[in-house]
Design a protein around this ligand. Structure first.
Ligand SMILES: NC(=O)c1ccc[n+]([C@@H]2O[C@H](COP(=O)([O-])OP(=O)(O)OC[C@H]3O[C@@H](n4cnc5c(N)ncnc54)[C@H](OP(=O)(O)O)[C@@H]3O)[C@@H](O)[C@H]2O)c1
Length: 270
Protein backbone atom coordinates (compact mmCIF):
# COMPACT_ATOMS: atom_id res chain seq x y z
CA UNK A 1 0.00 0.00 0.00
CA UNK A 2 1.14 3.58 -0.71
CA UNK A 3 1.06 5.91 2.31
CA UNK A 4 -0.72 9.27 2.00
CA UNK A 5 -1.84 12.15 4.19
CA UNK A 6 -5.46 13.21 3.71
CA UNK A 7 -6.27 16.89 4.42
CA UNK A 8 -9.91 18.01 4.34
CA UNK A 9 -11.05 21.43 3.09
CA UNK A 10 -7.75 22.35 1.46
CA UNK A 11 -8.57 24.42 -1.63
CA UNK A 12 -8.05 27.72 0.22
CA UNK A 13 -6.71 29.22 3.46
CA UNK A 14 -5.22 27.09 6.25
CA UNK A 15 -5.75 23.80 4.42
CA UNK A 16 -3.44 25.00 1.64
CA UNK A 17 -0.66 25.75 4.15
CA UNK A 18 -1.07 22.24 5.60
CA UNK A 19 -0.92 20.54 2.19
CA UNK A 20 2.12 22.63 1.29
CA UNK A 21 3.92 21.77 4.54
CA UNK A 22 3.41 18.03 4.00
CA UNK A 23 4.34 18.31 0.31
CA UNK A 24 7.50 20.25 1.19
CA UNK A 25 8.39 17.39 3.55
CA UNK A 26 7.96 14.99 0.64
CA UNK A 27 4.69 13.39 1.78
CA UNK A 28 2.11 12.24 -0.77
CA UNK A 29 -1.12 14.11 -0.11
CA UNK A 30 -4.82 13.81 -0.94
CA UNK A 31 -6.94 16.86 -0.23
CA UNK A 32 -10.68 17.42 -0.35
CA UNK A 33 -13.04 20.24 -1.22
CA UNK A 34 -16.72 20.26 -2.12
CA UNK A 35 -16.52 21.89 -5.54
CA UNK A 36 -14.93 19.82 -8.37
CA UNK A 37 -13.87 23.06 -10.10
CA UNK A 38 -12.11 24.45 -7.01
CA UNK A 39 -10.48 21.07 -6.37
CA UNK A 40 -9.17 20.93 -9.96
CA UNK A 41 -7.79 24.49 -9.73
CA UNK A 42 -6.09 23.80 -6.39
CA UNK A 43 -4.65 20.51 -7.65
CA UNK A 44 -3.12 22.23 -10.69
CA UNK A 45 -1.59 24.91 -8.42
CA UNK A 46 -0.14 22.31 -6.03
CA UNK A 47 1.30 20.21 -8.85
CA UNK A 48 2.97 23.21 -10.40
CA UNK A 49 4.56 24.15 -7.07
CA UNK A 50 5.51 20.59 -6.03
CA UNK A 51 6.09 18.71 -9.32
CA UNK A 52 7.94 15.85 -7.61
CA UNK A 53 5.26 15.12 -5.03
CA UNK A 54 2.06 13.15 -5.54
CA UNK A 55 -0.86 15.49 -4.72
CA UNK A 56 -4.39 14.40 -5.56
CA UNK A 57 -7.61 16.37 -5.16
CA UNK A 58 -10.94 14.71 -4.35
CA UNK A 59 -14.34 16.43 -4.43
CA UNK A 60 -16.59 15.35 -1.57
CA UNK A 61 -19.53 16.88 0.25
CA UNK A 62 -20.23 16.43 3.93
CA UNK A 63 -23.98 16.62 4.09
CA UNK A 64 -26.94 15.08 2.31
CA UNK A 65 -28.92 17.90 3.86
CA UNK A 66 -28.76 19.80 7.16
CA UNK A 67 -29.99 16.76 9.04
CA UNK A 68 -27.91 13.95 7.60
CA UNK A 69 -24.23 13.31 7.06
CA UNK A 70 -23.44 11.80 3.68
CA UNK A 71 -21.90 8.55 4.85
CA UNK A 72 -22.17 7.00 1.37
CA UNK A 73 -19.78 9.62 -0.04
CA UNK A 74 -17.23 8.84 2.70
CA UNK A 75 -17.57 5.10 1.94
CA UNK A 76 -17.06 5.88 -1.75
CA UNK A 77 -13.90 7.88 -1.00
CA UNK A 78 -12.36 5.06 1.03
CA UNK A 79 -13.41 2.40 -1.50
CA UNK A 80 -11.64 4.45 -4.17
CA UNK A 81 -8.53 4.77 -1.98
CA UNK A 82 -8.57 0.99 -1.42
CA UNK A 83 -8.86 0.42 -5.18
CA UNK A 84 -5.80 2.65 -5.71
CA UNK A 85 -3.90 0.82 -2.94
CA UNK A 86 -3.66 4.09 -1.02
CA UNK A 87 -3.45 3.95 2.77
CA UNK A 88 -4.25 7.13 4.73
CA UNK A 89 -1.58 7.02 7.41
CA UNK A 90 -2.30 10.61 8.55
CA UNK A 91 -5.76 12.17 8.53
CA UNK A 92 -5.91 15.95 9.02
CA UNK A 93 -9.43 17.20 9.74
CA UNK A 94 -9.20 20.84 8.74
CA UNK A 95 -12.54 21.57 7.00
CA UNK A 96 -15.13 23.29 9.15
CA UNK A 97 -18.46 24.98 8.89
CA UNK A 98 -17.79 28.36 10.54
CA UNK A 99 -21.43 28.66 11.60
CA UNK A 100 -21.56 32.32 10.64
CA UNK A 101 -24.85 34.22 10.52
CA UNK A 102 -26.73 31.97 12.92
CA UNK A 103 -28.67 34.08 15.40
CA UNK A 104 -29.69 32.37 18.62
CA UNK A 105 -33.45 32.15 19.18
CA UNK A 106 -34.10 33.11 15.56
CA UNK A 107 -32.59 30.62 13.11
CA UNK A 108 -34.15 27.21 12.52
CA UNK A 109 -32.72 24.26 14.43
CA UNK A 110 -31.44 22.78 11.18
CA UNK A 111 -28.85 25.61 10.91
CA UNK A 112 -27.43 24.51 14.26
CA UNK A 113 -27.54 20.85 13.19
CA UNK A 114 -25.64 21.60 9.97
CA UNK A 115 -22.64 22.96 11.88
CA UNK A 116 -22.62 20.09 14.39
CA UNK A 117 -23.06 17.54 11.62
CA UNK A 118 -20.11 18.87 9.64
CA UNK A 119 -17.67 19.60 12.44
CA UNK A 120 -18.44 16.59 14.64
CA UNK A 121 -20.45 13.84 12.91
CA UNK A 122 -18.86 14.01 9.44
CA UNK A 123 -15.41 14.08 11.01
CA UNK A 124 -16.34 11.06 13.13
CA UNK A 125 -17.44 9.28 9.96
CA UNK A 126 -14.11 10.00 8.20
CA UNK A 127 -12.22 8.81 11.29
CA UNK A 128 -14.21 5.56 11.47
CA UNK A 129 -13.27 4.64 7.92
CA UNK A 130 -9.66 5.76 8.32
CA UNK A 131 -9.10 4.00 11.65
CA UNK A 132 -10.43 0.65 10.35
CA UNK A 133 -7.62 0.77 7.78
CA UNK A 134 -5.01 2.11 10.25
CA UNK A 135 -5.85 -0.81 12.54
CA UNK A 136 -5.21 -3.26 9.69
CA UNK A 137 -1.98 -1.50 8.70
CA UNK A 138 -0.55 -1.40 12.24
CA UNK A 139 -1.19 2.27 13.11
CA UNK A 140 -1.62 5.84 11.96
CA UNK A 141 -2.56 9.22 13.29
CA UNK A 142 -5.31 11.82 13.22
CA UNK A 143 -4.95 15.56 13.74
CA UNK A 144 -7.97 17.79 14.30
CA UNK A 145 -7.66 21.47 13.42
CA UNK A 146 -9.85 22.54 16.31
CA UNK A 147 -10.09 26.07 17.79
CA UNK A 148 -9.43 27.94 21.01
CA UNK A 149 -13.19 28.56 21.00
CA UNK A 150 -13.39 25.03 22.41
CA UNK A 151 -12.13 26.70 25.63
CA UNK A 152 -13.58 30.21 25.43
CA UNK A 153 -16.79 31.32 23.72
CA UNK A 154 -17.11 34.09 21.12
CA UNK A 155 -20.34 36.01 20.43
CA UNK A 156 -22.98 34.91 17.89
CA UNK A 157 -21.29 31.56 17.25
CA UNK A 158 -23.06 29.13 19.62
CA UNK A 159 -23.18 26.33 17.04
CA UNK A 160 -19.50 26.70 16.11
CA UNK A 161 -18.35 26.92 19.73
CA UNK A 162 -20.43 23.85 20.62
CA UNK A 163 -19.06 21.96 17.63
CA UNK A 164 -15.42 22.70 18.49
CA UNK A 165 -15.99 21.76 22.14
CA UNK A 166 -17.65 18.53 21.02
CA UNK A 167 -14.85 17.87 18.56
CA UNK A 168 -12.25 18.25 21.29
CA UNK A 169 -14.09 15.77 23.54
CA UNK A 170 -14.36 13.40 20.59
CA UNK A 171 -10.58 13.72 20.03
CA UNK A 172 -9.93 12.61 23.62
CA UNK A 173 -12.38 9.71 23.36
CA UNK A 174 -10.74 8.55 20.14
CA UNK A 175 -7.24 8.85 21.62
CA UNK A 176 -8.38 6.59 24.44
CA UNK A 177 -10.15 3.99 22.32
CA UNK A 178 -7.78 3.87 19.34
CA UNK A 179 -4.46 3.83 21.21
CA UNK A 180 -4.60 0.04 21.29
CA UNK A 181 -4.45 0.07 17.49
CA UNK A 182 -1.35 2.32 17.59
CA UNK A 183 -3.47 5.22 16.33
CA UNK A 184 -2.61 8.59 17.86
CA UNK A 185 -5.22 11.36 17.90
CA UNK A 186 -4.36 14.99 18.71
CA UNK A 187 -5.67 18.53 18.18
CA UNK A 188 -4.22 21.88 17.16
CA UNK A 189 -6.20 24.80 18.61
CA UNK A 190 -5.69 27.95 16.55
CA UNK A 191 -6.86 31.37 17.65
CA UNK A 192 -7.15 33.86 14.84
CA UNK A 193 -5.54 32.81 11.55
CA UNK A 194 -4.82 35.20 8.71
CA UNK A 195 -7.10 34.03 5.87
CA UNK A 196 -8.80 35.61 2.86
CA UNK A 197 -11.47 36.84 5.29
CA UNK A 198 -8.89 39.17 6.90
CA UNK A 199 -8.18 40.96 3.66
CA UNK A 200 -11.90 41.75 3.40
CA UNK A 201 -11.77 43.32 6.86
CA UNK A 202 -8.69 45.58 7.09
CA UNK A 203 -9.94 47.66 10.06
CA UNK A 204 -10.29 44.56 12.19
CA UNK A 205 -6.81 43.43 11.20
CA UNK A 206 -5.35 46.82 12.11
CA UNK A 207 -6.47 46.67 15.76
CA UNK A 208 -7.38 43.15 16.82
CA UNK A 209 -4.05 41.26 16.81
CA UNK A 210 -2.27 43.73 19.10
CA UNK A 211 -5.14 43.76 21.58
CA UNK A 212 -6.06 40.13 21.68
CA UNK A 213 -2.66 38.47 21.69
CA UNK A 214 0.20 39.18 24.11
CA UNK A 215 2.68 38.69 21.28
CA UNK A 216 0.78 41.18 19.13
CA UNK A 217 0.21 39.01 16.10
CA UNK A 218 -2.10 36.33 14.77
CA UNK A 219 -1.14 33.04 13.14
CA UNK A 220 -0.36 32.46 9.50
CA UNK A 221 -1.55 29.21 7.96
CA UNK A 222 2.08 28.04 8.10
CA UNK A 223 2.08 28.33 11.92
CA UNK A 224 -0.89 25.99 12.08
CA UNK A 225 0.68 23.67 9.50
CA UNK A 226 3.85 23.40 11.61
CA UNK A 227 1.80 22.36 14.64
CA UNK A 228 -0.11 19.77 12.58
CA UNK A 229 3.21 18.45 11.28
CA UNK A 230 4.54 18.18 14.83
CA UNK A 231 1.70 15.84 15.83
CA UNK A 232 1.85 13.88 12.59
CA UNK A 233 5.59 13.39 12.31
CA UNK A 234 7.44 14.29 15.52
CA UNK A 235 5.24 13.15 18.39
CA UNK A 236 5.53 9.37 18.55
CA UNK A 237 4.56 9.23 22.24
CA UNK A 238 1.85 11.92 22.19
CA UNK A 239 -1.86 11.21 21.96
CA UNK A 240 -4.97 13.00 23.26
CA UNK A 241 -2.98 16.25 23.38
CA UNK A 242 -3.94 19.83 22.59
CA UNK A 243 -1.53 22.38 21.12
CA UNK A 244 -2.84 25.94 21.31
CA UNK A 245 -1.48 28.21 18.56
CA UNK A 246 -3.11 31.55 19.34
CA UNK A 247 -0.35 34.03 20.23
CA UNK A 248 -1.42 33.71 23.87
CA UNK A 249 -4.97 34.87 23.13
CA UNK A 250 -6.62 32.35 25.49
CA UNK A 251 -4.54 33.17 28.56
CA UNK A 252 -5.52 36.83 28.85
CA UNK A 253 -8.55 37.86 30.88
CA UNK A 254 -9.44 40.96 28.87
CA UNK A 255 -8.13 42.73 25.76
CA UNK A 256 -5.13 45.01 25.91
CA UNK A 257 -6.58 48.51 25.44
CA UNK A 258 -3.98 51.16 24.55
CA UNK A 259 -3.53 53.63 27.41
CA UNK A 260 -4.83 56.72 25.64
CA UNK A 261 -8.05 54.90 24.57
CA UNK A 262 -8.82 53.57 28.05
CA UNK A 263 -8.43 57.09 29.44
CA UNK A 264 -10.81 58.42 26.80
CA UNK A 265 -13.38 55.85 27.82
CA UNK A 266 -13.25 56.67 31.50
CA UNK A 267 -13.03 60.39 30.85
CA UNK A 268 -9.59 60.58 32.49
CA UNK A 269 -6.69 62.78 31.43
CA UNK A 270 -2.93 62.45 31.64
N1 LIG B 1 -9.59 31.22 10.45
C1 LIG B 1 -9.47 31.33 11.75
O1 LIG B 1 -9.24 32.44 12.27
C2 LIG B 1 -9.62 30.10 12.63
C3 LIG B 1 -9.53 30.25 14.01
C4 LIG B 1 -9.61 29.12 14.82
C5 LIG B 1 -9.79 27.86 14.26
N2 LIG B 1 -9.90 27.75 12.91
C6 LIG B 1 -10.09 26.41 12.36
O2 LIG B 1 -9.04 26.16 11.46
C7 LIG B 1 -9.53 25.39 10.35
C8 LIG B 1 -9.20 26.10 9.07
O3 LIG B 1 -9.70 27.42 9.15
P1 LIG B 1 -9.89 28.32 7.83
O4 LIG B 1 -10.35 29.66 8.27
O5 LIG B 1 -8.73 28.16 6.95
O6 LIG B 1 -11.13 27.52 7.23
P2 LIG B 1 -12.17 27.95 6.07
O7 LIG B 1 -11.43 28.53 4.93
O8 LIG B 1 -13.31 28.70 6.65
O9 LIG B 1 -12.74 26.51 5.75
C9 LIG B 1 -11.92 25.48 5.28
C10 LIG B 1 -12.68 24.69 4.29
O10 LIG B 1 -13.70 23.93 4.94
C11 LIG B 1 -14.58 23.51 3.93
N3 LIG B 1 -15.97 23.47 4.43
C12 LIG B 1 -16.71 24.49 4.89
N4 LIG B 1 -17.96 24.05 5.19
C13 LIG B 1 -17.97 22.72 4.91
C14 LIG B 1 -18.94 21.70 4.97
N5 LIG B 1 -20.18 21.95 5.39
N6 LIG B 1 -18.57 20.46 4.61
C15 LIG B 1 -17.33 20.19 4.17
N7 LIG B 1 -16.37 21.11 4.05
C16 LIG B 1 -16.70 22.35 4.43
C17 LIG B 1 -14.46 24.54 2.79
O11 LIG B 1 -13.94 23.92 1.64
P3 LIG B 1 -14.75 23.89 0.24
O12 LIG B 1 -15.64 25.10 0.17
O13 LIG B 1 -13.66 23.88 -0.78
O14 LIG B 1 -15.50 22.61 0.31
C18 LIG B 1 -13.45 25.53 3.31
O15 LIG B 1 -12.59 26.00 2.32
C19 LIG B 1 -11.02 25.18 10.61
O16 LIG B 1 -11.24 23.94 11.23
C20 LIG B 1 -11.38 26.31 11.55
O17 LIG B 1 -12.47 25.99 12.37
C21 LIG B 1 -9.81 28.84 12.08
Amino acid sequence: MKQYTLVTGACINTGVAIVEKFAAEGRSVIFTGRSPEKVATAQARYREKYPDVDILGYAIDSLLDERTVDEASVEKLFAWLDSQEIFIETLVLNAADQGLGITALENPLTDFMKVLNTNVVWNYCLCEHAVRRMKEQGGGNIVFVNSNTAYRAIPDRIAYVASKGGQLGMMRGMALDFGKYNVRVNAVLPGMIRTDRWEKNPDFYATVPSRYTPIGDVADGADIADAVWYFAACARNTTGAELVVDGGNTIQLYPIIPKDESLERTGGST
